[in-house]
Design a protein around this ligand. Structure first.
Ligand SMILES: C[S@@+](CC[C@H](N)C(=O)[O-])C[C@H]1O[C@@H](n2cnc3c(N)ncnc32)[C@H](O)[C@@H]1O
Length: 268
């Protein structure tokens, strides 16, 4: 059947095409896996370094995080990152946040070294468990979670009755988010429109590009939809971003002027 040379060449052609297809499929998969690494994997060291250059911002935010974590009980931190805040909460306020969920392996490894027990997974895909925690913290993560409703629904299931959720982030309406969104559209901090209006050490552009900040109202509505009630709000970073690292701020009630806002709500 394969005696004719045309038939042989046809078989050779088919084998080569198949090989090329499998090689290109494997290459494509390799590149897909490479790009699946999130920005926090590639820039884990930059994240803590940025906070350490902006100490008043770090400690003003820490005060806000601590504000709603009194008697927190068994606590899970969703998107705990490097565990920087959890470490400082322990050192400065004796608040223990033992458990974490974090998709970036590089960040999770640092958190692990700082004493947390971290599962490497996203909020959307991770298993939060059922009726297990007294407090669930989302600190600076909502802007990076695509399906936030799904994450809040899971948090509701994972909390014990009477447990609380603490959701903290940069609101879309705040001056920080307006500035970040402008930098995101421009793709750089190095632009004349941003001259004189950005902080001395602005938030690394890679993290700006990856974020999708939501308004406080949007996050409140998602929490209501998940079943939470008894809302309370507190805020910090109330100066223009250029000056936010000049002074340490105490948290204030409400959400109308802060560039970092905490929402606390309960599972009744
Ligand atoms: C701005 S950092 C906040 C880290 C930490 N909570 C803190 O305050 O220092 C955002 C974190 O969210 C994580 N993240 C990104 N996508 C996520 C997702 N889908 N689910 C959970 N965490 C996510 C990032 O890897 C990163 O560690």
């Amino acid at each position: 059947m394969f005696n004719d040379s045309g038939g042989k060449w046809y078989i050779v052609f088919c084998i080569l095409t198949f090989k090329l297809y499998t090689v290109s499929f494997a290459t494509k998969r390799f590149f897909i896996l490479m790009t699946m690494k999130n920005d926090f994997d590639q820039y884990a060291a930059e994240y803590d370094a940025w906070f350490l250059k902006n100490k008043n911002v770090l400690y003003s935010e820490l005060k806000l995080v601590a504000h709603f974590l009194k008697n927190a009980g068994e606590t899970l931190s969703v998107g705990c990152g490097s565990g920087l805040f959890e470490m400082l909460l322990q050192q400065e306020y004796n608040i223990t946040v033992k458990y974490g969920i974090e998709p970036s392996k590089a960040m999770a490894e640092i958190a692990d070294k700082r004493g947390m027990t971290v599962r490497i997974e996203t909020a959307e895909d991770g298993d939060f468990g059922q009726n297990q925690y007294d407090t669930i913290l989302f600190n600076g993560t909502p802007g990076y979670i695509k399906d936030l409703q799904k994450a809040f629904n899971k948090a509701y299931q994972a909390l014990r009755k009477g447990g609380r959720i603490v959701v903290i982030d940069v609101p879309k309406e705040s001056s920080y988010a307006l500035l970040y969104n402008l930098a995101k559209v421009l793709g750089t901090w190095d632009h004349s429109l941003l001259e004189g209006v950005q902080p001395q050490d602005p938030y690394p552009i890679e993290f700006v590009k990856a974020a999708n900040w939501r308004t406080t109202t949007e996050k409140t509505n998602l929490l209501l939809e998940a079943g939470f009630s008894d809302f309370a709000y507190a805020q910090t970073l109330t100066k223009h971003p250029v000056y936010s690292d000049d002074t340490l701020e105490e948290p204030m009630e409400g959400f109308d002027c802060g560039d970092y806002v905490a929402i606390c709500a309960y599972k009744k």
